[in-house]
Design a protein around this ligand. Structure first.
Ligand SMILES: Nc1ncnc2c1ncn2[C@@H]1O[C@H](COP(=O)(O)OP(=O)(O)O)[C@@H](O)[C@H]1O
Ligand SMILES: [Mg+2]
Length: 287
């Protein structure tokens, strides 16, 4: 077991592709050649129903590696629902039914052999409301790695520093790692949640309005962090803040009433929108 985990961790460090099936012992490297042959994330003809509510209506979207993709659109248009498809978080909701395909680096997430625990490590998620565990800063970060079997003290110390540096929080907390995470400011808590997700060595980061509860300075910090992370991670961020999408996203997808209206280069979308509906939305004529 621990042998498998260390194999998976090694392969993640080397930036190889996503492996969503547990590999037989001794075969850990198999399946790591996927890399960037496929889009990082992809949906094909994706429909999602909550009972009678048709929340996603035939979404075809490709999300590229090592870019920030923003999902925008009026409240209730399906942004969070779409995001949750990529780590199968909607499965936990009663009465949900999907049609079509959801792919992570070419792996269909509804294949019977997809390991959900591994999937959720590889495709990490950060929510609107930061949710640090009621424990020390250090323990928040080491929680995931410990659950995955990392026991070596030195290794855990290194993971704490690396993850906090990646989330641009290290300098602010390095002297108080053993104090409660709940004593951090809202913006720091959100960056701690990003660091905690990064400690699991994901390849893809999904963020659902991560800055919507934050003041402008904390928001800027989170945005800076994401811009630094995109060299190494594929990032998808839901935001109701159009300026935020314009500031940080390489490409932007605009949803309305469960449909994907537009998906293009962010600069192009905001300066020269090709669709009338997009233009009306980004100029604030509805929303
Ligand atoms: N857990 C749920 N149960 C039933 N309906 C839901 C649930 N979550 C979302 N919906 C419905 O699905 C649609 C899309 O919601 P959501 O994905 O949350 O939109 P957004 O994130 O763009 O605001 C809305 O009509 C919403 O009411
Ligand atoms: Mg939402």
């Amino acid at each position: 077991m621990s042998h498998q985990i260390s194999g998976l961790a090694r392969e993640a460090q080397h930036g190889a592709g996503v492996v969503l099936q547990r590999q037989p012992a001794g075969d850990e490297d198999e399946g790591t050649q996927m890399n960037e042959k496929h889009p990082a994330l992809e949906s094909k003809g994706l429909h999602l129903y909550y009972g009678d509510t048709h929340a996603l209506c035939g979404i075809d979207l490709e999300i590229q590696h090592r870019q920030i993709t923003a999902l925008i659109g009026p409240s209730g248009c399906g942004k969070s629902t779409f995001l949750r498809c990529f780590n199968r978080m909607n499965d936990m909701i009663d009465g949900v039914r999907t049609e079509g395909e959801i792919l992570v680096e070419g792996h269909n997430l509804h294949d019977a052999d997809v390991d959900l625990e591994l999937l959720r490590k590889r495709v990490g998620m950060v929510f609107q409301k930061s949710n640090p565990f009621p424990m020390s800063i250090r323990d928040n970060i080491t929680y995931g790695p410990r659950m995955a079997g990392v026991r070596d003290r030195r290794e855990l110390v290194d993971i704490v520093e690396k993850s906090l540096r990646q989330a641009d929080l290290w300098e602010e907390v390095r002297d108080r790692l053993d104090s409660s995470a709940l004593d951090l400011s809202g913006g720091q808590q959100q960056r701690l949640c990003i660091a905690r997700t990064l400690a699991n060595e994901p390849q893809i980061l999904l963020l659902d309005e991560p800055a919507s509860a934050l003041d402008p300075i904390s928001t800027a910090k989170v945005e800076e962090t994401l811009l630094q992370l995109k060299d190494d991670y594929t990032i998808v961020i839901v935001t109701h803040n159009l300026q935020q999408a314009a500031r940080i996203a390489d490409s932007t997808a605009f949803f309305m009433l469960g449909e994907l209206v537009d998906h293009s280069n962010t600069t192009e979308m905001f300066t020269n929108p090709q669709k009338k509906l997009t233009e009306e939305y980004i100029t604030g004529r509805f929303g």
